[in-house]
Design a protein around this ligand. Structure first.
Ligand code: PLP
Length: 399
């Protein structure tokens, strides 16, 4: 493998011209090809009018899913697009029956909260929730997760990389245990796909979901759901709509008659511009290659970790890069104010963010240069030593 050179890619991301962009775990930088994608969308609407539906708009959730599928090593027609993870988890939950003995839902307290909100809501349909706690707020021990997955477990909707700490769960062990006892796994890969390689066939995972906002550099409104091909036609989501019908344009009355294959997982009319824009991100990530991105990411987060430790900062993210995603968290002292640090860094052209109990989240991607991380580290020391962060009480918002 040739050594990755970020300079080869930086020119394609306009914001990098004047900003050190270390906030990809929140919103990935925009590739310049998004302009073409959205112009293509507008041109089609302008010139084709209603014919646009037959020229790729109606099939966009499947076509864009197919554009994403190679990043998961997923076969064609196994990935569908929706607006976001909250909706996807709801659709999957609505396809399950919690009335029998097998009604347990297992995840950890490091899941993204929206996922918990969806599954907690299933209690009223008979779901039992087992939320495995982490002792350290970083990640729940794998053995404890595996123990919780038993013959009464229906599904394990779990994060691959935890959003706050960057803890990378052992998805292979979780999938193997779930298979052994006949439970399903819905892996939330929002914080992994695009920086940590995923191979759905090697994992043998049942379902994977995520969004395109972060490491995929695809912008908002383009959530994805992979479903194992032999599971797909068994699912009958109650959260459904006419796009999931076998013959939507027959406008049949009465109950849903599900399409076969990926269409059955759809809902109503798709959010076409968001889906088309997202393909700009998938194309560049595929071009760089997720193995290359991961190798480079580990190199950068290791370098930053050592630098921050040498400067006396606490680094809560897992020390073992094999158990860590693309983000590194940097802890602050009790008398220091995270949002104020974020704001002070932003004023100096460096974008990061802060999460309570996690610290400052820093995310290099394939477009980050080593010297940008070195500068971030230097500034952190300077802000701490001079306490000049205290001039910034407002913070720049929590997105
Ligand atoms: C792991 C994870 N899941 C889900 C989400 C967001 O879900 P939604 O697509 O519903 O906004 C995030 C956003 O930060 C996330 O980090």
């Amino acid at each position: 493998m040739t050594r990755h050179d970020p300079e080869r890619w930086r020119g394609r991301f306009p914001i990098l011209a004047d900003t050190t962009y270390l906030v990809t775990h929140s919103l990935g930088a925009m590739p310049d090809t998004v302009y073409e994608k959205l112009k293509g969308y507008a041109d089609r609407w302008a010139t084709s009018g209603v014919r646009a539906w037959g020229e790729g708009w109606w099939s966009a959730p499947i076509d864009v899913g197919n554009a994403l599928a190679p990043l998961l090593n997923a076969p064609e027609d196994t990935v569908v697009m929706h607006q976001n993870v909250s909706l996807i988890e709801s659709i999957v939950a609505s396809a399950l029956d919690f009335s029998g003995r097998r009604n347990k839902v297992v995840y950890t307290d490091q899941n993204f909260p929206t996922v918990m909100y969806v599954w907690e809501g299933m209690r009223r349909f008979g779901a039992r929730i087992e939320c495995v706690a982490s002792d350290d707020g970083i990640g729940a021990p794998t053995e404890r997760v595996l123990e919780a997955i038993d013959e009464e477990t229906l599904i394990v909707p779990i994060s691959h990389v935890c959003f706050k700490s960057s803890y990378l769960q052992d998805a292979a062990a979780i999938c193997a245990r779930a298979r052994e006892v006949g439970a399903l796994v819905l892996l939330d890969a929002y914080q992994s796909l695009g920086t940590v390689p995923i191979d759905v066939r090697a994992l043998g995972v049942d379902m994977v979901c995520g969004g395109s906002v972060k490491w995929l550099c695809g912008g908002p409104g383009a959530g994805y759901l992979y479903v194992r091909p032999d599971l797909m036609d068994e699912l009958e989501p109650r959260i459904t709509g006419w796009a999931a019908h076998a013959e939507p344009f027959a406008f049949e009355k009465g109950a849903q008659r599900y399409a076969r294959g990926p269409w059955r997982m759809l809902h109503g009319s798709p959010a076409v511009p968001a889906l088309l824009a997202a393909t700009a991100g998938y194309e560049v990530i595929r071009e760089v290659g997720t193995d290359t991105i991961r190798e480079y990411s580990v190199r950068l987060t290791e370098r930053l970790r050592e630098n921050m430790l040498a400067r006396g900062f606490h680094v809560p993210s897992p020390p073992d890069p094999a158990r860590r995603g693309g983000t590194l968290t940097v802890g602050l002292n009790e008398d220091e104010n995270g949002p104020a640090f974020v704001s002070a860094l932003s004023e100096r052209g460096i974008l990061v963010d802060h999460r309570p109990d996690a610290g400052i989240r820093v995310s290099p991607h394939f477009y980050t240069r080593e010297d940008e991380l070195d500068r971030f580290a230097e500034l952190m020391s300077e802000l701490r030593e001079t306490r000049s962060w205290s001039d910034h009480t407002a913070g720049i918002g929590a997105y």
